[in-house]
Write a protein that binds this ligand. Structure first.
Ligand SMILES: [Zn+2]
Length: 146
């Protein structure tokens, strides 16, 4: 096994602020079997800092898909736009969960071009991600937030 990445020094503050939820896809950290990652909204390579304003909690999936990206392409229009910023944008205004019913999949849909580009860039609706979301949504989110 490769050595574990060292924990970011601000992990605890970032994770507590996010209520231990991925700030992009809202997956609950405690169901992941692994601590989520501290993500730089503006990547360090582009001069992004370790200030709390530039940090977000992200699951491995979202962080791994976002990498250095700050923009994404709206699949409907081809327009390149800034992706969702968890520090300044309100998730509920940007995204919605859509239950695909019998497929036991829950997709995240963007409500406009920025949101669609983010969902696409972060590959939020890969089949196994949508299926895992159905499980945690069904058994966990509804139970804890009802
Ligand atoms: Zn995520």
């Amino acid at each position: 096994m490769p050595p574990a990445r060292p924990r970011h020094p601000r992990y605890q503050q970032v994770a507590d602020r996010a209520e231990h939820t991925c700030e992009y896809c809202l997956a609950p950290e405690e169901l992941s079997g692994k601590e989520f990652e501290v993500e730089h909204i503006i990547p360090r390579a582009d001069g992004g800092s370790d200030d709390l304003d530039n940090l977000a909690l992200a699951c491995r999936r979202c962080n791994g898909a976002k990498l250095q990206a700050r923009v994404g392409t709206d699949p409907d229009t081809g327009e390149e736009v800034s992706i969702f910023n968890p520090r300044t944008d309100d998730w509920d205004a940007y995204f919605e969960f859509v239950d695909l019913g019998a497929g036991r999949r829950i997709e995240i849909r963007g409500r406009n071009t920025i949101r669609r580009a983010t969902a696409e860039r972060l590959n939020m609706n890969a089949p196994h991600a949508a299926r895992a979301r159905w499980h945690w949504f069904t058994y966990y989110r509804l139970a804890t937030r009802a």
